[in-house]
Write a protein of this length. Sequence first.
Length: 454
Amino acid sequence: MAATQSGAMPLSDEDYRRQLRRAVVASTIGTTIEWYDFFLYSTVTGLVFAKLYFPESDPLVGTLQAFLIYAVGFIARPVGAAIFGHYGDRIGRKATLIVTLLLMGLATFAVAFVPTYATIGIWGAVVLTVLRFIQGVGVGGEWGGSVLMSMEWARTNSHRGFVASWPQFGVPAGLFIANLAVLAMSQISGSAFLTWGWRVPFVLSIVLVAIGLYIRLSILETPIFAKLLAENKIEKAPTLEVIRRQPKDILLSAFVRMAEQAPFYIFTAFVFTYGVRTLGASRDLLLMAVLAASVLEFFTIPLFGHVSDLIGRRRMYMIGAALAGLFGFVFFAMVDTRNSVWIFVAIVLSLVPHSMMYGPQAALIAESFTGRLRYSGASLGYQLASVIAGGPAPLIATALFAYYHSGYAIAGYIFVCGLFSLAAAWRMGDYTNKDISREYDEPMGEHHHARPAH
């Protein structure tokens, strides 16, 4: 028989498999919706916000101002990780995920109704900043819970990387739907896109939230958390406890993401500004290229999650980090030809090294933390990367190009990010195929020095 839910009869093998499927589907659809909301803002920032909310600024300054608001969402993500990591380890994965979905969805819906500079002046940008912060808090608490909801239902250790990669699938899926929505409204609204067309995808997010909420309400709590609850091993202050006990794992989890996250936002957000203003490429070409790259990741993310089960999580990740660090030079060599075909191919290929890291990443990070601190630790490590990598990346790319007038300067920045990730991955423990259902009361590796549960 399978593991028992707290206070309930043991689940049969068939019930267990059914719950695993539901958990994976709920996590994947939930993260898809959350990332749709987050990436929709990212896409529109480069295309619309500088013009509508900072019209009196120089175009380059306006772009920087718009990306500053964009970066606020990343600064908020560790805040969300700390808040919802605490509750995820205290009251459970399921309840916390329902709250994060509502928070993110309602903030995104509200963006559709923010007046522009022409109507209320700088207050439009202020309201956008507040909503972006709320978005960041929501997505900061989402990732850890979604990954654990899938991973902690995995019955065997041998396919944990594959199972945990499915919530990661929500990133390309959300990116695809967000760019598709913007592309569709660009075609439908035409010249009115800046007036009202860009707002419609934000309105539609409320429908996705309703679907996600319905699905998440139908799943059970994970067996690992139910076991912790039954054995009275819940920490009183899990966020503070994981910072005290596993600070090195948190920092390594953040730095290991630099080669994955910083290039991703350069290739999927900054590329709209660079492509339209510098290369003279059409908005629709860039949107279609990002769409195609997203579709490719539908297959490559679970593929590399599976490969990590075969060759080891850390080894797979380091291969991806090395390729990511080098690909920036190839990317800008291709797009700077200003040839539409090469621009399209460069954007599509840019996310392959990303998949090599993002597929195994969920398991690599989550496995590093003991069960009763896993939501807090994994969330903090994952989301801290948004402060040092994802959030600043478009800003740094814009500033580097403004100073050097060359895409190769940006490629150099990507290369440095690759070096950071390689070094961090080398120092991380590799717990591929280890049993994560037990508490780390005895050290599992050099990075774990845990005290007994209470």
